[in-house]
Ligand binder design. Sequence first.
Ligand SMILES: NC(=O)C1=CN([C@@H]2O[C@H](COP(=O)(O)OP(=O)(O)OC[C@H]3O[C@@H](n4cnc5c(N)ncnc54)[C@H](O)[C@@H]3O)[C@@H](O)[C@H]2O)C=CC1
Ligand SMILES: CCCCCC(=O)/C=C/C=C\C=C\C=C\[C@@H](O)[C@@H](O)CCCC(=O)O
Length: 126
Amino acid sequence: MRKDKSGKGGTIINIASIYGYRVDQYVPVYQASKFAVMGFTKSLGNIENFNEFGVRVVAICPGFTETRLVVDPKTVIKDTKFKEFTKKQAWQTVEAVGIAAVEVFETAGSGTAWLIEGAKQIEQIL
Ligand SMILES: NC(=O)C1=CN([C@@H]2O[C@H](COP(=O)(O)OP(=O)(O)OC[C@H]3O[C@@H](n4cnc5c(N)ncnc54)[C@H](O)[C@@H]3O)[C@@H](O)[C@H]2O)C=CC1
Ligand SMILES: CCCCCC(=O)/C=C/C=C\C=C\C=C\[C@@H](O)[C@@H](O)CCCC(=O)O
């Protein structure tokens, strides 16, 4: 993909999460891993790298999305407070995230990150 290695350039979309920039008391290791994805995106997608290699790097930050990750019994978190917390969140479908991700692909600059929550309009957060 790298232009300096005879590639045509391209785009990498990293999957972060709201938990890549917002913190609460739940799932701390997961939150730490998503902060890492954000740092990786900003560094790898830095304008200097983009200019040299022609590869755009962006991150998307979905809120709660109806996938196996959050509905599979194996990943259910047995914490009453967390259960109440999840009920109050703005959930969305996988399809809504897909549509929003296409919009990110069409508009985002390298090194940026985008909130996708509750099937609302995308919002740049970094
Ligand atoms: N569902 C949600 O509310 C949100 C999910 N995300 C992120 O979206 C991404 C996708 O998650 P979901 O679709 O929700 O979960 P999912 O559990 O439905 O899908 C995860 C997929 O990753 C695959 N996988 C797991 N470990 C793997 C490995 N070592 N190598 C290759 N494939 C592996 C699984 O087989 C599965 O197909 C994850 O990075 C998750 O953190 C971000 C924000 C919200
Ligand atoms: C506001 C931040 C949203 C970001 C979502 C995300 O990236 C990762 C979420 C990680 C885990 C979510 C697990 C959700 C599980 C719930 O569906 C389940 O634990 C609720 C309890 C179900 C029950 O009936 O006991």
